[in-house]
Design a protein around this ligand. Sequence first.
Ligand SMILES: *Cc1c(COP(=O)(O)O)cnc(C)c1O
Length: 390
Amino acid sequence: MKFVDLGLQYYAYKNEIDEALREVVESGSFINGPQIAALEKELAEFSGARYAVACSSGTDALMLAMFALGVKPGDEIIVPAFSFIATASMVSFLGAIPVFVDVGPESYTMDPERIEEKISERTKGIIPVSLFGQCARLEEIEAIARRNGLFVLEDGAQSFGAVRGIVDGPSHIERCRSCSCTDSDIAVTSFFPAKPLGGYGDGGAVFTNDAQTAETLRRLRNHGQESRYRHEIIGLNARMDSLQAAVLLVKLRHFSVEIERRRNAAAIYQACLSGLRQVETPMQDILNESTWAQYTIRVPYRDKVREELLRRGIPSAVHYPLPLPMQKAFGGSGQNVRRGYRVSEELSMSVLSLPMHAFLTEAEQCEVCVALDEVLAGLGEDAMAEVSYG
Ligand SMILES: *Cc1c(COP(=O)(O)O)cnc(C)c1O
């Protein structure tokens, strides 16, 4: 069993993918081929955002977005304490200051109630992360941002395709009057291979509804040039390869079905695991439809459980073992120390992500659940009794 099985996915779409790759290779148009504009159009349509700008990675997308928003050295940007490093590291990379906010104990996303106490006159924006595929509490966060004159940049690296606030309608686009990456001032996603919509290498995109911002982003990612060797602004090389766009165009055609399959897989886990004492299953917000980038539970003695699962042939992962403020890169001690990020710390010690992808079988999921049951039972009653999640 694999944690994410990209091989099965490849064989499912092999003919289409091989053909798409061959077309790029034969055309020789590796940079800025027609696949880029085609992908951008499809991404915009799928999400409902007016403009999508493809780029080299989710990390670069964050940097480009902040550049376009005019983030300057010394600006303070509010980010969650519990996320992948790039959410906060790109803030620091631009010379700005990440100001961490703890996450909520149920959603695991930025706690809107903790934001306003962190706002100062140097605060310029908020970067909520739609963690594990479920939208952050964007409406509340956007309201806080509006009151305080701040931008909202949604880090949708894990949530492209997620629905926020479901509206009745037959197709994805009709339902998602509001989707991840659609309505914030600006949003980013990642096409890292293991993300729900993944390429065959690095890739990302920035989403905006503003034509001027989209134009700025297009220049920024391509040496700041408007036409060849005419440079209007200082930019960088953060383009997406034509080959990646070709792969993503194929995968996007199947993405709605894949999201449905991931939702089914999550429902199966939910049904099997809700009976297991001491397993906390992820919150399913009725107003949001997750893409289930990760199916992440909480268990006692997480590291021990993970090791025992692996001995039974079940791979798992920890997203994430250390809250961001405790990372040495941000001046932390490299250890958990209680400093106002209680939920993030508790999560970092108890979260465990189970195998999740669109080609996971029910039999495999059963195997995971049976193994988990066995492992937890093996921990003994005393060990179980100690644990309680606040
Ligand atoms: C994956 C990820 C990123 C970075 O994306 P890359 O394409 O790997 O650079 C940023 N933020 C979050 C929350 C992520 O999960």
